[in-house]
Each structure stands twice: as structure tokens, then as C-alpha cells.
Design a protein around this ligand. Structure first.
Ligand SMILES: Cc1ncc(COP(=O)(O)O)c(C=O)c1O
Length: 370
């Protein structure tokens, strides 16, 4: 046992020595420029009250289903939310899953077989990488957003090919040209899976739906822990895909079914967003204002996720301390979450950030980026 704990200790010490030690953090009173609560639903008193009212009317939905969805752990509340979501995204079927991480595991660990090839953008979320480790298929990475490289790999791929991209990348904040990736997949007979964790909400039904490709891709993954301010995820696709997953996907079968009240909350969040389009418009204005105020921009994308790159970790930590002293909360991202040499501040813009707060943030960033 000593050997194991000594190894843990030395790995922790190595992280401390390089300034990359992670700690759990709780929100404080500082202005939020870090969370994925892009539209402010998680902090909205109005939305919270609506959920509280619903909870009063359906206390039976608050507790868990006590079994897997294939062992009576499914119920009419979750089933009807799944139908609502499928109709909203104009797809045949929807499966609610406990988190986005689990949705990617459920999908990618199960759908490919030995001899098939899963081709992933090198910057996709860790859950996709981990899902590929669970799969018996071959995993290949293509260079970020490099369709030429993807095509080279598609040419060499064996078996059925499945391509995985994010529509809005979580660390770089850049968008994928979904129609171009889809056309390439079509040309090579490959299936396309799009993780829409950060795009849904910014685009009411995500980017795949925006392009009208929701019934052409193999599957879309939506998460509810970001712009929706809740928890959980949905896999959207055909009835055949959903039947297959319910039968063959371990991460979906060997786990307790979806919490009914969370399903009610998700449905409510769709309706809340629909009734409050101003949230999206304000967020878009805030993004444009942020970009207009920076003297050096590391990303020109009109995105709520804005990386600010630093040449080394020490400088990044000093900048974070300077920004936090102003009462603004930001978060540094360093390896292994991003590649060495690309450490950055991951600025998240929200509908609730004020122009004054954004000005103050940009003024401080400009000092570091001269
Ligand atoms: C692109 C992407 N996919 C999936 C996830 C996982 O989602 P969840 O937090 O619901 O597990 C994240 C979370 O940050 C993400 O950024």
C-alpha cells in the first residue's frame, strides 16, 4: 500500500511544482466569467421559482427511480420529456442520460465494433477520448478542424467509419463547419456524431438543427448542465439507434435510470428559453462588446468561450490573481486539459455580465497582452 500512496504523493507533488495542481472550488461573490451558465438560467430566481412550484405539484418525481431504465427504472414523466425533446429537435428519438460524459460513453463505447474506425478531432472533450478507450474499434485523431487530414484518414480507415466533432469547442471556443464535415462524411460513407454541449442554448436547438442536418447525422449529444442550467444530457437520433443503445450500451443499462424531476426541469428550461429570446440576444451583444474592447484577440469567433493565451503558466497565474483582485472570477486552464504551451484563461461570457464588468475585464486583459 505504501508504494501506491507514495506514487500518488509524487504525482501530486509534481503537479504542485508545475503550478497545475487542481482543487475543488466553490463560487463566491465575484463576477462570473468562468461558468458555462451562458444564459444565466442556473442563477435565475424566476426559473428557480418555477421549478420550486413544479416540485410542489409532483413530489413523487423528486426521488430516484431506484433501478436501471431496462428494469422498471424508466417512467412516464421521463418518457414524455424524451418525446418532447425529440419533437423539439425534430428527430425521431431521444434518450436522457445522467450527464454529457455518460452520454458520450454510452454512445461511442457501443456503436462501433472491432475492425471499425472512430475518427475524432484531437480537441474533442475527454469523455469522447475515454469512450473510445471503452470501444473495441480503432481510434484515430485528426488535427483540429483539419478536414484535409480527416480526408487522408478516411481514405485509409477500415470497417465502418464514425467521425466525432464538437459543434462549439469547449476550450478554444471555435465553431465547426458542420455542413462541410457532413459532406466529407457522406463522400466516404462515414457516420457523423456531433457533441453540441456548448452550442445548444446559444442556438436554440444546436448547430446541427440550425443546418437542418439533425436527421442526417448518426447522432447528436446535447447537454443540460451548461446553457440549460441543470444537469444531464440527451442522445438524439433514430429509433433504431436508441433501441440499439438500450440493448447494447453498458453505460446506459448498468446504471440507475434518469431522475424524473430533472426531466421536468429540462422541459421547463426549453420553454423558459423560448419565452426569453432576449437572453440570447444580450449574450450575443456581450460577445461583440468583449471582442471590440480587446487590444489583442486570440480568437475572432463570435463565441461565448474566449481563450486568452499566455506563454507560460506562471504568467497565467499572476494574471488570474490580478483579475480576481478586481472582483472578477476567471479560470486558468493548463495541461493536461489543454496541450503544453497552450495554457490559457478560458473566459466565458454570459447574458448577465454587464458592459461595465466586461470593460473592466478587458482593461485588465489588455495589460497582459501588450
Ligand atoms: C464538449 C463536452 N462534451 C461533454 C461534456 C460533459 O458534459 P457533462 O458535464 O454533462 O458531463 C462536456 C463538459 O464540459 C463538454 O464540454
Amino acid at each position: 500500500m505504501d508504494k501506491i500512496s507514495n506514487r500518488w504523493r509524487s504525482q501530486i507533488e509534481a503537479r504542485e511544482a508545475t503550478g497545475t495542481f487542481r482543487q475543488q472550488r466553490q463560487p463566491d461573490r465575484r463576477v462570473d466569467f468562468y461558468s458555462n451558465d451562458y444564459l444565466g438560467l442556473a442563477r435565475s430566481a424566476e426559473f428557480q421559482e418555477k421549478l420550486a412550484e413544479l416540485a410542489q405539484t409532483m413530489p413523487h418525481a423528486l426521488t430516484g427511480p431506484s433501478a436501471s431504465r431496462v428494469l422498471y427504472g424508466h417512467n412516464s414523466v421521463v418518457a414524455s420529456a424524451e418525446e418532447f425533446i425529440a419533437a423539439n429537435h425534430n428527430v425521431a428519438n431521444c434518450l436522457l442520460v445522467n450527464s454529457g460524459y455518460n452520454a458520450n460513453l454510452a454512445l461511442l463505447s457501443a456503436i462501433a465494433q472491432r475492425g471499425d474506425t472512430i475518427l475524432i478531432d484531437e480537441l474533442v472533450h475527454r469523455s469522447v477520448h475515454d469512450a473510445c478507450t471503452l470501444s473495441v474499434a480503432t481510434k484515430w485523431k485528426f488535427r483540429h478542424q483539419d478536414l484535409g487530414h480527416l480526408e487522408t484518414l478516411l481514405n485509409k480507415a477500415n470497417g465502418n467509419s464514425i467521425v466525432v466533432v464538437e459543434s462549439l469547442y469547449s476550450m478554444d471556443g471555435d465553431f465547426t463547419a458542420i455542413p462541410r464535415v457532413f459532406a466529407l462524411c457522406q463522400q466516404y460513407g462515414a457516420g457523423l456524431i456531433v457533441d453540441e454541449a456548448h452550442a445548444v442554448g446559444l442556438f436554440p436547438r444546436g448547430l446541427v438543427h440550425q443546418y437542418g442536418l439533425q436527421n442526417d447525422v448518426l447522432a447528436t449529444v446535447i447537454t443540460y448542465g451548461k446553457a440549460f442550467g441543470l444537469h444531464g444530457a440527451a442522445i438524439l437520433g433514430s429509433k433504431l439507434l436508441c433501441d440499439y443503445l438500450i440493448n447494447f450500451s453498458s453505460p446506459l443499462i448498468y446504471t440507475t435510470g434518469f431522475n424524473a424531476f430533472n426531466a421536468v426541469g429540462i422541459r421547463e428550461a426549453y420553454q423558459y428559453m423560448e419565452k426569453n429570446p432576449a437572453l440570447r440576444n444580450t449574450l450575443c451583444r456581450n460577445i461583440a462588446h468583449y471582442l471590440s474592447r480587446l487590444s489583442v484577440v486570440d480568437s475572432v469567433q463570435h463565441s461565448p468561450i474566449q481563450p486568452v493565451k499566455f506563454p507560460h503558466i506562471q504568467l497565467l497565474h499572476t494574471a488570474v490573481r490580478g483579475i480576481e483582485k478586481l472582483g472578477l472570477a476567471v479560470y486558468p486552464i493548463f495541461p493536461p486539459t489543454v496541450e503544453k504551451g497552450t495554457e490559457r484563461l478560458r473566459i466565458c461570457l454570459h447574458a448577465f455580465n454587464t458592459v461595465g464588468e466586461i470593460n473592466e475585464l478587458c482593461k485588465e486583459i489588455n495589460k497582459w497582452k501588450q
